[in-house]
Ligand binder design. Sequence first.
Ligand SMILES: *[C@@H]1O[C@H](CO)[C@@H](O)[C@H](O)[C@H]1NC(C)=O
Ligand SMILES: *[C@@H]1O[C@H](CO)[C@@H](O)[C@H](O)[C@H]1NC(C)=O
Length: 300
Amino acid sequence: MERMASLMPILLYIAVLIAACSSSSSEAAAPATSFEDNFDIMWSENHFKTSADGEIWYLSLDKETGCGFQTKQKYRFGWFSMKLKLVGGDSAGVVTAYYMCTENGAGPERDELDFEFLGNRSGQPYLIQTNVYKNGTGGREMRHMLWFDPTADFHTYSILWNNHQIVFFVDKVPIRVFKNNGEANNFFPNEKPMYLFSSIWNADEWATRGGLEKTDWKKAPFVSSYRDFNVDGCQWEDPYPACVSTTTKNWWDQYDAWHLSDAQKMDYAWIQRNLVIYDYCKDSERYPTLPVECPLSPWE
Ligand SMILES: *[C@@H]1O[C@H](CO)[C@@H](O)[C@H](O)[C@H]1NC(C)=O
Ligand SMILES: *[C@@H]1O[C@H](CO)[C@@H](O)[C@H](O)[C@H]1NC(C)=O
């Protein structure tokens, strides 16, 4: 009873809020970023759905096909962010990819920044894999455990990209820092503008325990959900090479965005100690000579 009583003011407050919202104009109630304004479906339109209010987008995978979308625009540098909720339950073999790429295919000269969520058998946690490609070459994988269940709720996954660093964020926590040493022919994608993509597909040849765990199609369709796309970046206009100014007033290009803040460094250190399960820079069997970017310090 006491609990009910203490809830009442909150419920009243919510009722007032709802009344306030619904009395505003219909224009203001429209989603801030409608899907059609920003994205195109890449394939399988019939495996894409939105919620009635258009705020949440669903991609589904079944035995027939997966589905994907991409931004209409390309960007060079900025902050790119989206909330995702991943396929729950037994999702072995299923990969949800959320990435930026200079092309809409796997071309031999593409640059790419990847988040990939590797499905797993029921009850086992998801792993998040990140990767960087430059001019068609990747092999820069890191894998992390997450500190929450990414299938239970929406979480924010973001990329900060400027000429000095690429930072992968999960809920504002930097999980990975990829630095530019500024030397010619280094491994830092910074020349070509990129689209942002997401897709869901079957990768049971490799995704779960190296391909041992197969997709259980009885559990289909597998659905990943999206909301709150946010880009604060430089929109590329062909053929004029915009976004190359060094005297820019864009926050993502400025000094403070060239390195982690002190608070971010603390979070990053904790992630490094506790949640990294694979780092290509530590894999000397695979790379007897480590790639050039490996010695670059994420702390500078
Ligand atoms: C990119 O890779 C291709 C081979 O796929 C090569 O011919 C080309 O020279 C490379 N470009 C640069 C800028 O390294
Ligand atoms: C699946 O979960 C197990 C147990 O946590 C883990 O060892 C394994 O690496 C996970 N596999 C993938 C592909 O996420």
